[in-house]
Write a protein of this length. Structure first.
Length: 405
């Protein structure tokens, strides 16, 4: 079988039914070439009965309790497809996004996952904060790679489970690829979701990631950064007790990690995830071209340490962090003030240029455009890739080789 869809759901019956209809209508494969699994996380709104009635060909797995995102594992274990597309109960592929992903992976055996641009109802985009990390509502996986490294870690429940799996794939020598011309819709509906649970899992799980996968020097830096970031988010929601609980749970997991097999990422996997050396080269070249001495870092991004380090290796003075998110505006980052764009760039400092630390593919292009309005050179650390352009470039390269021969 060519493809398996895996969709998890919890108490969103009508939204799920609409998604299933979209998947059935938009899949350019014969019915014998694909299958659909729905994993019901103990819904109480009649989800299972409605799916069984409306879509009898869908394979339904009914759980007795809500197992979070790792509920996907029940379906992954039964999947017959060479490839597995994971979706939320409110996301679906557009056009031939999945078919093109599979064709790409057919000829790139070390690509374990392909993800694309996720479009929200308001026209905005959604992505993981690191470009090398898959997004759980819009990714096609190579089943054999998942069988090699394992599926989703149940201890994460929700938040950062895609990071954990992406890190394990990188450690095994696989890549996660992203192309902007592979589109998915995500008709997000947040009612009934617990903000306190999200805040707690964000802080707790990101600290687990740092303890589990980062070597000693980087672990200290990213633990400090991610603690500051997610505690600030908790404070903005007045969830101080939730943050304390998350910190306690993360420390408990840190103690456990000392006794399990070493899972620290090697140099190649670290570079794939965090781009430390790539950022160092980019910043150094940018500084030389524009003869920079003083810069502002744009955004208190999740990977800001890589940018900060690159600036200092290039001999640049970082005189501020420009971030318009009010959650972060009262903070300092390594003794440098974090303020809104106008204050950080025009008032507190006189920078020669701006280095954008934000590498979230859903935000980089718009954010860079905002910062360029200040009339200074701006360096963005991520550039969009399209599958079509990659095909054209490789075709041109092949023709040049044939001509040379």
């Amino acid at each position: 079988m060519r493809l398996t869809y895996v969709i998890i759901t919890w108490n969103r019956c009508q939204r799920l039914l609409a998604t299933l209809q979209q998947v059935v209508e938009r899949t350019p494969l014969l019915k014998s070439q694909y299958e659909i699994f729905v994993v019901d996380n103990a819904s109480t709104d009649g989800t299972a009965e409605a799916v069984a009635e409306r879509f009898p060909h869908v394979q339904l797995i009914r759980l007795r309790r809500n197992e979070g995102m790792a509920a996907r594992n029940h379906a992954i274990a039964l999947a017959a497809g060479e490839y597995i597309t994971i979706l939320d109960d409110d996301s679906y592929p557009v056009g031939e996004a999945v078919a093109r992903s599979m064709r790409y992976m057919d000829i790139h055996p070390r690509t374990a996952a392909v993800t694309g641009r996720v479009i929200l109802p308001n026209g905005g985009y959604e992505a993981s904060a690191l470009p090398g990390v898959m997004i759980g509502c819009a990714t096609t996986l190579r089943r054999s790679a998942i069988e090699q490294v394992g599926a989703f870690a149940p201890e994460f429940f929700r938040q950062a489970e895609e990071y954990d799996l992406s890190f394990r794939l990188a450690a095994a020598g696989f890549t996660v690829e992203r192309f902007e011309d592979l589109e998915f819709r995500h008709d997000k509906h947040v009612r009934g979701r617990s903000s306190s649970l999200t805040v707690r899992m964000d802080l707790r799980n990101n600290l687990i990631l740092a303890h589990r996968y980062l070597p000693g020097d980087l672990r200290r830096e990213y633990l400090a950064d991610w603690t500051q970031r997610y505690r600030a988010i908790a404070a903005a929601h007045e969830l101080h007790r939730v943050a304390k609980r998350a910190m306690w749970e993360a420390r408990a997991w840190a103690m456990r990690e000392r006794w399990v097999t070493n899972r620290v990422l090697g140099d190649e996997a670290l570079e794939q995830m965090f781009g430390l050396e790539e950022q160092a080269r980019s910043v150094a070249g940018f500084a030389r071209r524009h003869r920079l001495r003083r810069v502002v870092i744009g955004d208190l991004g999740k990977n800001i340490y890589a940018t900060w380090r690159a600036c200092h290796e290039a001999g640049l003075s970082v005189c501020g962090v420009a971030d318009n998110n009010p959650t972060f505006n009262a903070l300092t980052y390594r003794d440098v003030a974090v303020r809104g764009d106008k204050v950080a760039i025009d008032t507190l400092s006189a920078p020669d240029g701006i280095i954008l630390s934000n590498v979230n593919p859903a935000q980089v292009e718009a954010r860079a455009a905002e910062l360029r309005k200040f009339g200074l050179p701006v360096l963005a650390m991520w550039s969009p890739r399209t599958l079509q352009r990659l095909i054209v470039e490789r075709g041109a390269a092949a023709r040049e080789r044939d001509h040379a021969a």
